[in-house]
Structure formats: structure tokens, C-alpha cells
Design a protein around this ligand. Structure first.
Ligand code: AMP
Length: 602
């Protein structure tokens, strides 16, 4: 194994790497750095995520660029803003001891003027998302006519996101003589077509097997139904008090719903998707990196390529549409020598998607049971005991209180004292999970009819149904027309043949009854009336919408947030489409309408 110096990097660069704790090159760095330094041939490099791709392409560029020339010499394109920012920051760290080297990162959703100003000051390296890069080329603020290097990072994803035209435009603005470096974690057909169209006889290097998942990640799947998907997710989080995870969803809407539910249920969670403003995205990412947020619920695009160290879990709330994306998702964990777990929640239909993924990652999914209440309580208790063992006692501060405490507890022996202290912490949790049902029993008797109940909602009966051509949209419209109140939340809707049920925020129960009775609406010729129903409970278990039972004592991640600080209070918009956040930012938004949002049942 060589050192960075032996790979041909100069001392100011290796010094910065030492500061960053990079002791020796990773496999991809060992292969790519000397290749790029010694040859102007194009390069196609396939590396698993988290293996040091960024340093692999940026260190040789830093080695070779001419710091005395302030023209743009390298353009690095990345599919998402977060990834562009991350790459830009990494490069700034790498060139800490290089004089006169400047890096500018350009991406949508952030001030174009600031970016133009930075470019005018002169930057040898520009990192950008395709859309903003083209904008700046069109405004003649970014000149790529003399570049030496074009780096396409996560090129397959740029194509997936529909950036083909932008890539073509950037290519047109660059000289024939440049060296193109394509780095990608996966190897679908689209990457090959980029290589064919944009590169000349590229040298190919590989770190590990193409598309293969990282060895440090184990893969588990949990069988769920649509009813148990969310409760199972909560149990997984409860089983792991120190969880630090990304939950991946397919669409912005699903992402926001899962995040809203988790926040409402007391989890330290937030969402990241393309309907958020750049400032919101930056703020969420900042908190997640600092571990102020413990669970990030994200779309593929928003979380693409993010390097967050020490993630314990990646959870696939739903599998991605393109199975190659599973490698990207699971590669978020098990980075930089850590172990990670990638979890998939699958219903009966989705199970068929596991086999093709196993072929790609060349690993088997381990079927894992949704934890029982007892297992969760045991884990939480042992976590507490571990913390008690590890806690440092600040004698100077507590000494003065101890005599009176000893006096009060003098009649309790050691066993009794431990029992009481454990009960104080855990009575609520034990009660919460007492009689919790087995979520692994997926029979319809247990899961399809049983209704989880949210105590914040009132369930109404309404005397119209499918035979009256009622559907959820029409029902929402009908409720909306009664002017019950602004921003009232609609919960679960069940349309049956001749009647239906819906849930409303319980604070609006009286107003809803009054509005329907005084307006006397009719629907398709039938006069409509509503009644409050008695709610069904899940078989012996807890209420679906109840709060997380562990109070603020769980985890080690600081305080949990109330929903008033949460994502749901920031006026978000949502979409059911897969997230294409960089591309569609500003467009493709669906207002949630007068009623705020329609909640999914837990
Ligand atoms: P990347 O694949 O570029 O996103 O890098 C994944 C993670 O590995 C980042 O946190 C890097 O800072 C870290 N890393 C990259 N190269 C090295 C190295 N040679 N030694 C230690 N850590 C590294």
C-alpha cells in the first residue's frame, strides 16, 4: 500500500490530508490518483459509494492545476446541490495549504449574484449542478473554453434526473482537449452511453466489484403490510435507541408524511426533499450532520451521495423504482470503516424485488422479525443501564445534595433501589408495549380490518359511498365546502359501497357536526349527514397515533423537537412524483389545498 506522497501528491496536499485524518489512500485513490497525474486519457472509474471518490478525482487535479492562472481549469458536475456543496467543501479542505487555489460551488436555489461574484474573482475549480452551470454559461459568467478537466460525478443519476440536455450544453462549452473523468458507484447502461458519447477510449478502473454493495453493510428485510409499515418502522427505531438513520422514501409526499408522523409521535426526525427551499434543505442537513436530528426522512435525489459519517441504519420505507438506487441508498451507511445496516420494509408484492437487488449487491437479505414490545423494552433498558455505567459523576456539584438523598433512601436495599429507578424510567414504556401485538402476523384478520386509532382525530360516519360515485377527492371537496375551519387536518378516509368514514382533527368535531347539519349538503342528489363513530382499536395494542413512549431520555442526540419547530410547520408543498429536486425546483409542486394535508393512517 502506497502513501499519498508516493502516489505523486505534493507536500501541501498530503499535509492537508494528514490534518483530515487520511492516513493512507483508499483503493480507488490508489488507482485513480497516479493514473490522472500521469496521463491525459479519459477515465471511467467505478467505485462503491463512500470509498473516497471525491479525493480520488480532486487530489490529482489539485496536484496539476496552475495556481498562478485564475481561469477555470476544472468543472465538476454533480447531480444534487447537497452533493455539490459537499464536494466543494471537501476540495477546500484539501487545498488548505495550497496558495491561490480557489473553488466556487454553483447550484440552484442559492444567490446567482453571489456565485457570479465569486466566479469573477477567479476560481480554478468550479463544482456545480448541471442546471445552474448551464445558466451561468449562458450568462457568460462561467467560461469553460480552456478547462483541462471535466468530472462527471454520479453521472448515471444526472441522466436519471433528466439532465441530458444540460450535460450536452456543458460539453459544447468545453474544449476537445480536456480530460473527462467519470466517477460512478453503479454501472447501468446509461453510464455506458455517456462514456460512449462523451469520452474517447477511456481507461477503466474499478474499486471492488461494479455495483456491488459495500462489505461493511448488512442487509435485512422486514415483511409488512400497508397497515404495519409505519408501526414496524417505529418499532425498528424504538429497538435502536441510538439510531442515526436515513429513511428513504420514493416520493416527496411519502417523505413528508413519514416525517410528519414521526415528528408527531415524538421522534427526533425531519425531512429532506425537493419541495423544500434551499435554506430549509441546508438547515435540515446541518442539523442532521450535527446529530441534532436523529432520523432524516429523504427522497433518493435529495440524499444522493451525501457523506454523513457514522449512520447506523439506512431504512428503505419503500424500495426505489430503479433497483440500482438501492446500492446508493445502502451505501450511505457502513462508511469509512464503520459497520451499517440497510433495512427494507416490503409487502407481499414488493418481496419479488429483493432477488434482483441481491444479484446486484451480491449479498443475501436476512429476513428479520419486527421486534416485539418485550425486545424493545429490553434493548431500551440495557441502553439505559449502559449509560448509567458510563456516566461521569460530577462530585463537586452533587455532593451537597447527597446527604439528604441518602437519608431519604436509607431504608431501600440495593435491589429495591435499582428496581425503583428502572421503573421510574420505564413504567410508561412497559405500559405502552404491554399487550403490543405481533406485527409479524400479517394475516388479514389481524391487519386489514383492524384500524389503528389516532387519539387526535375524530372518526366520522357519512351516509354516502362508492355507489354514489364518492371517491376520496370528492369527499375532501365536500368537507372543504362546509367551511368547517382553516387548515383543518383530514385523516384516514374509507370509502365503502353505501357509506364511508373519514377522520378530522378532533378539535373540529363539534364544528363539523354543526356545519353538516346546518348546511344540509347533498351529494349526487342524496342528502348527506355525518355522525361521530366509535373507533376500533388495534388488537390489544396501543393507539396508532400515540407518542413515542420513551420521553426525552432515549438516544444520545440532545433534545427532541416539538412539531412547532418541525418541517410540517414550514408551509411545505408536496408531490407524489419521484423527487427530481434540482431539476424541478420551483415547479412540479402541488398545493395541499385548504385542508392542509391528508394524513395516512398509521
Ligand atoms: P467519498 O466517497 O468521497 O464520499 O468519501 C467517503 C468518506 O471517506 C468521506 O468521509 C471522506 O472524508 C473519507 N475518506 C476519503 N478518503 C479517505 C482516506 N484516504 N482515509 C480516510 N478517510 C477517507
Amino acid at each position: 500500500m502506497s502513501t499519498f506522497l508516493e502516489l505523486g501528491l505534493k507536500e501541501p496536499i498530503t499535509k492537508a490530508l494528514t490534518d483530515l485524518g487520511y492516513e493512507k489512500p483508499t483503493v480507488i485513490q490508489e488507482k485513480a490518483i497516479p493514473q490522472i497525474i500521469s496521463s491525459t486519457e479519459d477515465l471511467k472509474a467505478f467505485a462503491q459509494t463512500g470509498t473516497g471518490k471525491t479525493a480520488a478525482f480532486s487530489l490529482p487535479i489539485l496536484e496539476l492545476l496552475d495556481a498562478s492562472n485564475s481561469n477555470v481549469q476544472a468543472i465538476i458536475l454533480s447531480p444534487t446541490r447537497e452533493l455539490a456543496v459537499q464536494i466543494g467543501n471537501n476540495i477546500k479542505d484539501f487545498c488548505k495549504y495550497l496558495k491561490d487555489v480557489r473553488v466556487t460551488t454553483v447550484y440552484g436555489g442559492s444567490s446567482m449574484e453571489d456565485q457570479i461574484r465569486s466566479l469573477k474573482r477567479g476560481s480554478q475549480i468550479v463544482v456545480g449542478t448541471p442546471g445552474r452551470t448551464v445558466d451561468l454559461i449562458n450568462r457568460r459568467a462561467l467560461k469553460l473554453g480552456n478547462i483541462q478537466w471535466l468530472v462527471l460525478d454520479e453521472a448515471d443519476e444526472m441522466l436519471n434526473m433528466g439532465f441530458k440536455d444540460e450535460l450536452d450544453k456543458v460539453l459544447e462549452a468545453t474544449p476537445e482537449t480536456k480530460q473527462t473523468l467519470l466517477f460512478s458507484a453503479t454501472f447501468p447502461r446509461e453510464v455506458e452511453s455517456i462514456a460512449k458519447n462523451y469520452m474517447t477510449n477511456p481507461v477503466e478502473i474499478t474499486s471492488g466489484q461494479k455495483n456491488k454493495g459495500a462489505d461493511s453493510v448488512s442487509h435485512e428485510y422486514y415483511s409488512v403490510t400497508e397497515r404495519t409499515r409505519y408501526p414496524a418502522l417505529k418499532r425498528i427505531a424504538d429497538l435502536n435507541p441510538n439510531i442515526y438513520a436515513i429513511i428513504f422514501c420514493r416520493t416527496r409526499r411519502e417523505t413528508q408524511e413519514v416525517a410528519d408522523n414521526l415528528i408527531k409521535d415524538g421522534y427526533n426526525a425531519d425531512s429532506l426533499h425537493g419541495d423544500l427551499s434551499q435554506a430549509q434543505r441546508d438547515s435540515v442537513m446541518g442539523k442532521f450532520r450535527k446529530k441534532t436530528i436523529q432520523i432524516l426522512v429523504a427522497t433518493d435525489v435529495a440524499a444522493r451521495g451525501l457523506d454523513v459519517s457514522e449512520l447506523t441504519h439506512v431504512i428503505n420505507h419503500k424500495l426505489p423504482d430503479q433497483i440500482e438506487n438501492y446500492t446508493h441508498r445502502s451505501g450511505r451507511t457502513g462508511r469509512a470503516g464503520n459497520k451499517g445496516i440497510s433495512i427494507v420494509l416490503v409487502n407481499g408484492k414488493e418481496k419479488g424485488k429483493l432477488r434482483p437487488i441481491e444479484k446486484i449487491i451480491q449479498k443475501k437479505f436476512i429476513q428479520t422479525k419486527v421486534p416485539s414490545g418485550k425486545e424493545i423494552c429490553q434493548n431500551q433498558l440495557m441502553n439505559l443501564i449502559d449509560k448509567v455505567q458510563a456516566i461521569e459523576v460530577n462530585e463537586t456539584q452533587i455532593n451537597e445534595f447527597l446527604p439528604s438523598i441518602y437519608e431519604k433512601l436509607k431504608d431501600l436495599d440495593r435491589e429495591k433501589l435499582i428496581q425503583k429507578f428502572v421503573s421510574l424510567e420505564f413504567n410508561t414504556m412497559l405500559a405502552y408495549y404491554e399487550n403490543a401485538k405481533d406485527l409479524n402476523d400479517l394475516s388479514s384478520r389481524n391487519n386489514s380490518r383492524a384500524r389503528s386509532v389516532n387519539e387526535n382525530m375524530t372518526r366520522f360516519f357519512i351516509n354516502i359511498g362508492r355507489k354514489d360515485s364518492l371517491n376520496p377527492a370528492k369527499l375532501i371537496g365536500l368537507i372543504n365546502d362546509q367551511n368547517i375551519g382553516d387548515k383543518i387536518e383530514i385523516g384516514a378516509i374509507d370509502i365503502l359501497d353505501t357509506f364511508s368514514f373519514f377522520e378530522l382533527d378532533k378539535n373540529f368535531e363539534d364544528k363539523a357536526l354543526e356545519a353538516f347539519s346546518s348546511n344540509q349538503p347533498d351529494f349526487d342528489g342524496r342528502s348527506v349527514n355525518i355522525e361521530v363513530t366509535k373507533k376500533e382499536r388495534t388488537g390489544g395494542g396501543r393507539r396508532g397515533g400515540s407518542k413515542k413512549p420513551f420521553g426525552k431520555k432515549d438516544g444520545g442526540f440532545g433534545r427532541r423537537r416539538r412539531s412547532s419547530e418541525s418541517s410540517s410547520s414550514r408551509g411545505r408543498r408536496r408531490s407524489d412524483r419521484p423527487d427530481r429536486s434540482e431539476r424541478n425546483f420551483g415547479g412540479d409542486r402541488r398545493s395541499s389545498g385548504k385542508f392542509g394535508r391528508k394524513r395516512k393512517e398509521n
